[in-house]
Design a protein around this ligand. Structure first.
Ligand code: GLC
Length: 800
């Protein structure tokens, strides 16, 4: 269910799993050093784009053009602007992109041409009513279609412009130098289809249909979204499918959801359409610290045909358009994000993402998190992945189209040309200039926005639910938190379920989520891999830092993703005991107090061999502590007396020190009771079971039949005769069988098994007694060779 998913290049639904990177050729990279970005430059930077983790590139218009609308005023549909390269370069670019599994999306700008296009030059000179004249929309007066809004309100006063040559007005929805083509003339559509085939034949994978709602005009309407326009699109789609199945059409229809949705038709118009209304509402939600703008617009968003897909975006080459919000919402957004009036243009804001978020990394990440997880295919605008700034002093929308900032070198590494020759000046202010914000620096910094984006895109790529899943909102009481599920049924019958939770506010928030439909599932953080507590019957509580967000996969216990990280067993916070002379110092009153009152009760509860874990420990003390001859005398043979209920129990816990750096093993640390410091030296006071000196010292004592006088008697080391026959090297290998059984066993030099019997009772331990007896009668089973009197607590047996 969570196996990495690599989209194949053949998949006809590739656009559903795509992440699109939007590039302006002229501003990306100038390989010819004439000051203008070009195709050879873009090819050089393809590896950068691939490494970002996107798999489609959308190119802004690169055709011959007077560039009075930055290329959307096309003068020749079948060629490339000479400053950007040659057609051979374009072919090479498509080939190189495909080699890297990157799809290419170009612009099919069909609503209008430049007034420099030969069609228009011919039309204005042609007779009224002639076929050539009819390529465009003409009128004797400028009052016709007066129910039509003006889009570029800052520049244009009318959708009609008088043409001296034609002695007539021509219709244009955008700039007056961009006459609208007349789609009532079948020859226009025929030309458009030929142009489309031309680019499909070159290998282009998708076409963005610029400004499609305005193709057809009819009296008495607002001339947007007319059914005749949809008929044109159906014809285009049919021609595309017939000529090159598997290619994609992307509608630019800046419309309300119900109208934008129409551009999918019944699955027989565009494959994709931009979700224009969602975009400003993401900005609204974070400004108002309220999820409502997002949940509200998504509720108003109709279902779309199965094979269709929204394109979602935060920013693009145009102003942040506020056409699809109410007047009061627009005022709010203008006041919040464009207090400086120079940042406003038409009905929008000409700023990039980072300045809109005031360079607040948390907010930039939050917005990108939304972009990458809302239903649809995300479109990333070049430069936003490094947090590029803008320049609101440049004309029109040029301020968000400045050169890509590659490095702190001249012109931001964009071009070696004389700065005065650059197509646009790079941003140079102290906060966003190429000195401060550039690819080179960020690529070398794991904490940069660029590195973060790369990681997020890699995570997103693993889960088809992001591109293809349905969305289900949760409505927790706290409206500052936006939460939704993305659900995608995968072939094995499971449903990939991703939970996305966003804190839209500048303060920390807690939220209770109703995840009762997913009881028993384990939320695993998609980004870090940590498994969170399983979902239970009660509401699921999460806390989020300011502008924080989570993406979780809701995994079943049985199918936890292989990359998840198990919750770590919390390491106890150990006290540090200072020893001046040696281990015995831990018995000094203050250290002893720490051990008995703080360390031991918690320690015992975690030990497998402690029998009374179901009782509260009333007290624990070091009842008997005898120094025994270890190799370095660093062993304390200790008995712990524990009061539980009405009784006391005794356990053997030999203590030793494991000094830091002397062993890499984790066991001394896991079995530690306290940290130990002797001047600069640090170590652990730990169960001597984990310290090699203990078994080795004990074997030596057995061989020497040592008798150690202790407080209330003596310890006798009583080997059987078999021990003498066992030969061990100086530093035998010591294997611990298991630290956490009722007793603890280890094997020395593959010859001796030593077992620490933990529970201490009066009399001879039956296991010791039995094994000793059997050995005496000749059984070749492990033979006990050491025991403590009067209480038997330890045996050592030779395997020889
Ligand atoms: C689209 C483009 C915009 C252009 C307009 C007119 O909206 O995105 O940049 O100015 O069409 O062609």
């Amino acid at each position: 269910m969570t196996a990495p998913h690599t989209p194949t290049f053949e998949d006809p639904l590739w656009y559903k799993d795509a992440v699109i990177y939007q590039v302006h050729i002229k501003s990306f990279f100038d390989a010819t050093n004439d000051g203008v970005g070009d195709f050879p430059g873009l090819i050089e930077k393809l590896d950068y784009i691939a490494a970002l983790g996107v798999n489609a590139i959308w190119l802004l218009p690169f055709y011959p053009s007077p560039r009075r609308d930055d290329g959307y005023d096309i003068a020749d549909y079948r060629n490339v602007h000479p400053e950007y390269g040659t057609m051979a370069d374009v072919r090479r670019f498509i080939h190189e992109a495909h080699k890297r599994d990157i799809r290419v999306i170009t612009e099919l700008v069909i609503n209008h041409t430049s007034d420099q296009h030969p069609w228009f030059q011919k039309a204005r000179a042609a007779k009224p009513g002639s076929a050539a004249r009819d390529f465009y929309v003409w009128s004797d007066n400028d009052k016709k279609y007066d129910g039509t809004r003006i889009i570029f309100v800052d520049t244009e006063k009318s959708n009609w412009t008088w043409d001296e040559t034609a002695q007539a007005f021509y219709w244009h929805r955008f700039f007056s130098h961009q006459p609208d083509l007349n789609f009532d003339n079948p020859k226009v559509l025929k030309e458009v289809l030929n142009i489309m085939r031309f680019w499909l034949d070159l290998g282009v994978d998708g076409l963005r249909l610029d400004a499609v709602p305005y193709l057809i005009e009819r009296d008495g309407t607002n001339n947007e979204n007319l059914s005749e326009t949809h008929d044109v699109l159906k014809t285009i789609r049919a021609a595309l499918d017939a000529h090159a199945p598997g290619r994609m059409l992307l509608a630019e229809a800046n419309q309300w959801p119900e109208d934008a949705q129409q551009y999918f038709g019944q699955g027989d118009e565009c494959h994709m359409s931009f979700h224009f209304p969602l975009m400003p509402r993401m900005y609204m939600a974070i400004a108002q610290e309220d999820r409502f703008p997002i949940t509200d617009i998504m509720r108003q968003t109709p279902e779309i045909p199965e094979l269709c897909q929204w394109a979602i975006f935060l920013r693009n080459h145009d102003e942040l358009t506020l056409e699809m919000v109410t007047d009061s919402e627009r005022d709010y957004l203008w006041n919040t994000y464009a207090a400086d009036r120079r940042a406003r243009i038409n009905l929008g804001i000409r700023r990039r993402l980072a300045p809109l978020m005031e360079r607040d990394r948390r907010r930039i990440e939050l917005m990108n998190g939304l972009l990458l997880s809302m239903p649809g295919t995300p479109v990333i605008y070049y430069g936003d992945e490094i947090g590029m700034g803008d320049n609101i002093h440049l004309g029109d929308r040029d301020g968000v189209r400045t050169p890509m900032q590659w490095s702190p070198d001249r012109n931001g590494g964009f071009s070696r040309a004389n700065p005065a020759d650059l197509v646009l000046p790079p941003v140079m202010d102290p906060l966003y200039g190429f000195d401060a914000v550039n690819v080179e620096a960020q690529a070398a910094d794991p904490h940069s926005l660029l590195s973060w984006m790369r990681r997020m895109l890699a995570v997103r790529k693993r889960h088809r639910a992001f591109g293809r899943g349905t969305q289900q909102f949760l409505y927790p009481g706290n409206r500052k938190v936006l939460a939704y599920l993305r659900l995608y049924p995968v072939p094995d019958g499971e449903t990939e379920t991703i939970l996305c939770v966003y804190n839209l506010s500048r303060t920390a928030q807690a939220v209770e989520l109703d995840l009762s439909a997913h009881v028993g599932r384990v939320p695993v953080d998609l980004i870090g891999g940590a498994a969170f507590p399983p979902i239970g019957q009660l509401s699921y509580l999460l806390t989020l830092p300011p502008f924080g967000f989570f993406w979780f996969i809701l995994a079943t216990e049985a199918a936890l993703p292989p990359w998840h990280i198990r919750p770590s067993v919390p390491m106890p916070e150990l006290a540090t005991l200072v020893v001046r002379d040696g281990l015995a110092d831990v018995l000094a009153p203050s250290a002893r107090h720490v051990l008995e009152s703080e360390a031991l009760p918690a320690y015992l509860m975690r030990r497998r061999w402690f029998a009374s874990k179901d009782h509260a420990i009333k007290s624990a003390r070091l009842a008997q502590t005898d120094k025994i001859p270890g190799r370095s005398f660093d062993i304390l043979l200790t008995e712990i007396e524990v009061a539980v209920g009405a009784r006391t129990e005794r356990y053997l816990l030999p203590l030793g020190i494991s000094w830091d750096g002397e062993t890499n093993a984790a066991l001394p640390q896991q079995l530690a009771l306290a940290r130990i410091r002797q001047t600069r030296r640090m170590g652990y006071l730990t169960d001597a079971f984990a310290v090699d000196a203990f078994p080795l010292g004990l074997i030596r004592a057995l061989r020497a039949r040592t008798v150690v006088p202790v407080q209330d008697g003596e310890i006798r080391c009583l080997p059987t005769s078999h021990l003498d026959a066992v030969e061990l090297p100086d530093n035998p290998e010591i294997q611990r069988l298991s630290a956490e059984q009722s007793n603890s066993s280890l094997i020395v030099g593959k010859k001796i098994i030593m077992k620490i019997i933990r529970r201490v009772m009066q009399g001879v331990n039956p296991e010791v007694e039995m094994v000793r007896h059997l050995t005496a009668h000749g059984y070749a089973t492990p033979r006990p060779c050491w025991a403590r009197s009067p209480v038997s607590a330890m045996t050592a047996a030779s395997t020889a």
